[in-house]
Design a protein around this ligand. Structure first.
Ligand code: TYM
Length: 340
């Protein structure tokens, strides 16, 4: 179907949107799966980035920690290379249109669709005492984030693919009902790093909510910590450094090394042929730690200037709200809400 959507874009570039929850520090998984692509793609697109604080309320948060983590996430993203002077970086709750569009989309998202979301199933199993309605409708809020900006591309890790698919389905459905409301978005998933696994159990994804501190690497971990975590990484009882089915631990380390060093997996297999796992794990740890060192340094500088961070987020919200307001008002009109 031809896309006749008026997208509120100032430039001819395609629009990119992505977001991250402020529920703790950035992990190497977030970095390799998503943030690195945000940085690489930001100038090629008309980019908009958000810190999804409303999403993090679907799991119970300690209020003071949530506030702290939101500001710290802004510093982390800028330290990773997001150019917040040129591309709006804002806090989701600062642009109230997100919650408002989410309601309209919830009324156009089916119970069956939301029930099929694997992340809902996983999270409700993990938080059995708090299976709240927000956890269930979370993908509609995420669709609102994306569709408010008429995003063409959404760079995410593999675990968010299904949610972006749902945003597409809802956009297509509403375009059919209301004649060209939204741009239909597409996920942008990296070849290497889209599914970074836990270092403690390489069959699971690396996640900051893992109880085992050795399971994940944080981008703010110091060199000794990074190296120690990699030295402890679970591998297998063989001694061959090759990418092969059944070798989840080695596959994960090869993928991380490839994503960070820019070398291909076959080149790495060759480089480490005949070497022991200990030597390999040390090399991966040191390569990752060296890549993260400048980010840590920049983060410390940024956190020393809270005023700058607050101002940057306020500017970002203002720019984002300008676009969001126009989209929401168009949607309200299209669905038949009486104009003021
Ligand atoms: P979140 O905060 O869980 O993760 C942020 C980004 O990091 C990616 N990621 C990973 N990639 C590779 N390996 C891993 N182990 C790994 N863990 C996390 C995620 O895929 C994601 O891209 N619902 C989203 C945030 C969000 C959003 C949006 C994203 C809210 N609105 C709109 C895109 C568009 C989330 O919880 O991501």
């Amino acid at each position: 179907m031809e896309n006749k959507v008026e997208t509120n874009k100032e430039s001819a570039k395609k629009r990119l949107f992505s977001a991250i929850q402020p529920s703790g520090d950035l992990t190497l998984g977030n970095y390799l799966g998503a943030i690195r692509n945000w940085v690489v793609l930001q100038d090629e697109y008309d980019s908009v980035f958000s810190i999804a604080d409303l999403h993090s309320l679907t799991v119970r948060q300690e209020p003071a920690a949530l506030r702290r983590n939101t500001l710290s996430m802004a510093a982390s993203l800028i330290a990773c290379g997001i150019d917040a002077e040129r591309h709006p970086l804002f806090v989701q709750s600062h642009v109230h249109e997100h919650a408002e569009l989410a309601w309209i989309l919830e009324c156009n998202t089916m119970f069956g669709e939301l029930s099929r979301m694997t992340q809902f199933k996983d999270k409700s199993a993990r938080h059995a005492d708090n299976i709240n309605a927000g956890l269930f409708t979370y993908p509609s809020l995420m669709a609102a984030d994306i569709l408010l900006y008429n995003a063409d591309a959404v760079p995410v890790g593999e675990d968010q693919r299904q949610h972006v698919e749902l945003a597409r389905d809802v956009a297509i459905r509403m375009n059919g009902l209301y004649n060209g409301v939204f741009t239909v978005p597409e996920s942008f998933i990296p070849k290497y790093g889209a599914r970074v696994k836990s270092l403690a159990d390489p069959t699971k994804k690396m996640s900051k909510s893992d109880a085992n501190q050795n399971a994940f690497v944080l981008i703010l971990d110091d060199k000794d910590t990074v190296v120690r975590k990699f030295k402890k990484a679970v591998t297998d009882s063989e001694n061959e450094i090759v990418f092969r089915e059944g070798k989840d631990g080695i596959n994960n380390l090869l993928t991380i090394m490839s994503a960070v060093s820019g070398k291909t997996v076959p080149a790495l297999e060759k480089e480490f042929e005949g070497k022991g796992y200990g030597e390999f794990k040390l090399a991966v740890g040191e390569t990752v730690a060296d890549a993260l060192a400048p980010i840590r340094a920049r983060y410390a500088e940024l956190m020393a200037d809270k005023e700058y961070l607050t101002k940057t987020l306020a500017d970002g919200a203002e720019k984002a709200a300008y676009v969001a307001r126009r989209t929401l008002s168009k949607v309200y009109k299209k669905v038949g809400l009486l104009q003021k």
